[in-house]
Structure formats: structure tokens, C-alpha cells
Design a protein around this ligand. Structure first.
Ligand code: PGA
Length: 270
């Protein structure tokens, strides 16, 4: 895999959209983007658990990858209310989000728990999308980089370099997410992406660590998407509210794709 060859674009629909709404959204998104070769773009949607099977039926796997919003860290057992990676596999899921800010902060998940989920997802052949991000308080104390490095080093502990190609990282500062969020500036986002890349190469070596896609998320919108994707360290965008309407998501895709490709062409020319 060469992460530089394509852009990574996805959305997590959180606890919104019924199964019928998810299916309608996916069909429309697939229809609107069918002219874009998937060699140029990895497109993924992370809907609610109950909609996953119907979602998988509604659009081809090669066009839209599906993710789950969370997962247990065991394949089976006495874990009432939890969802196993085997159940996700059966539903046709490709990736699983681990450690979204709302899991860490509303449900108090720890780095050690995220690590167990990452390892369990890999064992089941799923791609973990590990989300990392500092709170406003941590940023205020000047420890954002330490927090991110800690989340990565614990979250990815025990992952082998040969498994790294399955991993995706989303940098989502907690203060940037959701209706009260303030998007990160492009300079700040890129600075943290550089720290993430350095940490990944430290963990997996230059080749495998250099190949893990790192996406930015947190109040991405039609106004800031282009300037964010232009930054050298940003491989893709992980979008919430601005992507929940298929037409709006398609509009963002159309804006960022040429900017991304121009950026990569410029890098190639250097
Ligand atoms: P937002 O959500 O784009 O609505 O801020 C981002 C996220 O939670 O992943």
C-alpha cells in the first residue's frame, strides 16, 4: 500500500440515522460519487450497529467501506451488551473505530482498553481506525503532543510492523469536535500530524510507519476542508456533521480531491 496514492474520506454518523435513513444516505452517496475511481479515494461510512447489515447490502464494498463505531476486545464471552469482531465481520464490516473522543470522554474508555480493541480487531482481520486527540485542558497545559504520543504508544502497543498497513489514525482534538467545537487551524493540525507521523515511524519503522494514513477530524466543513487537505501531513478527512447529508458530503469530496491531487503531484515533482 502507498498511502500517498489516494485520499481517505469518511464519516461517523454517531447515534443519528435509522437503518432506513442510513441506507438512503449510502445509496445517494454511492450514486453521486460513482464516477470517482476508488484508486483515487478510499470512502468509508461508520453507521450505527443495527444498520450495518442493511447498509452492506445497499452499496458495493469496493465503493464504500463500512465501519463500526466501537467493538468489544474479545471474540466472545460473558460481555452483555457488547459486539464481537466476529459479528462485525459477518455483517461485512471492513473497519472499526476505536477510541472516538465520545467513547473516551463520555464512556470513560482508557488507552489500555483501546489497545485491547486494536489488537482484537487486527486478529479478526478488521482495520482499526484509532482516534486520538487532546482535550482543551491538556492543550492549555502545553501537553497536547505528550497526550497524543501516549495515546498512540499505548493504543498501538504490541502491533507488529507487518500489521501496520491495516491501521488508520484519526487526529481529532476533543475541543474541535461537535456543535460546540472550534476547528483546529491548518497549521496546528499539521503540527500534530507531524508528531503522529514521527511516532508511527518510531513504532513501526520508516517504511511501515510512513504508510499509515492519518486523517484530520473535528468541525471539518466546506469552508476549511480545502486548506486542511492541502497541508503536507494530512492524508484525509474524517467528517461528522458536514458529511451527514450525501449531497453535502459529495460537495466536500469534489472540493478536496483536486486540491489533494495537486498537493501530491507537487510532492512528486520535488
Ligand atoms: P464533527 O464530528 O465533524 O461534527 O465535529 C467529528 C467527529 O466526531 O468525528
Amino acid at each position: 500500500m502507498d498511502r500517498r496514492k489516494k485520499i481517505y474520506l469518511g464519516t461517523n454518523t454517531k447515534m443519528y440515522k435509522t437503518t432506513a435513513q442510513t441506507v438512503a444516505f449510502l445509496k445517494r452517496l454511492n450514486q453521486l460519487t460513482k464516477d470517482i475511481s476508488r484508486d483515487r479515494m478510499e470512502l468509508f461510512v461508520i453507521p450505527s450497529y443495527p444498520s450495518l447489515a442493511a447498509a452492506r447490502e445497499s452499496v458495493p464494498r469496493q465503493s464504500v467501506s463500512l465501519g463500526a463505531q466501537n467493538m468489544a476486545w474479545e471474540e466472545e464471552g460473558q460481555f452483555t451488551g457488547e459486539i464481537s469482531p466476529l459479528m462485525l465481520q459477518e455483517a461485512g464490516v471492513d473497519l472499526v473505530m476505536v477510541g472516538h473522543s465520545e467513547r473516551r470522554h463520555v464512556f470513560r474508555e482508557t488507552n489500555e482498553e483501546e489497545n485491547k480493541k486494536v489488537l482484537c480487531a487486527l486478529k479478526a482481520g478488521l482495520s482499526p481506525l484509532l482516534c486520538v486527540g487532546e482535550t482543551a485542558g491538556e492543550k492549555g497545559f502545553g501537553i497536547a503532543e505528550e497526550v497524543i504520543r501516549t495515546q498512540l504508544k499505548i493504543g498501538l502497543y504490541g502491533v507488529m510492523p507487518c500489521e501496520a498497513r491495516k491501521i488508520r489514525i484519526a487526529y481529532e482534538p476533543v475541543w474541535a469536535i461537535g456543535v460546540n467545537g472550534e476547528p483546529a487551524s491548518k497549521e496546528y493540525a499539521d503540527q500534530i500530524h507531524t508528531v503522529i507521523r514521527r511516532t508511527l515511524t518510531e513504532l513501526f519503522g520508516a517504511e511501515a510507519g510512513g504508510d499509515v494514513p492519518v486523517l484530520y477530524g473535528g468541525s471539518v466543513n466546506p469552508q476549511n476542508a480545502e486548506e486542511l487537505i492541502w497541508m503536507p501531513g494530512i492524508d484525509g478527512l474524517f467528517i461528522g456533521r458536514s458529511a451527514w447529508d450525501a449531497d453535502n458530503f459529495n460537495a466536500v469530496i469534489r472540493k478536496v480531491l483536486p486540491v489533494f491531487e495537486e498537493k501530491r503531484a507537487g510532492e512528486g515533482a520535488e
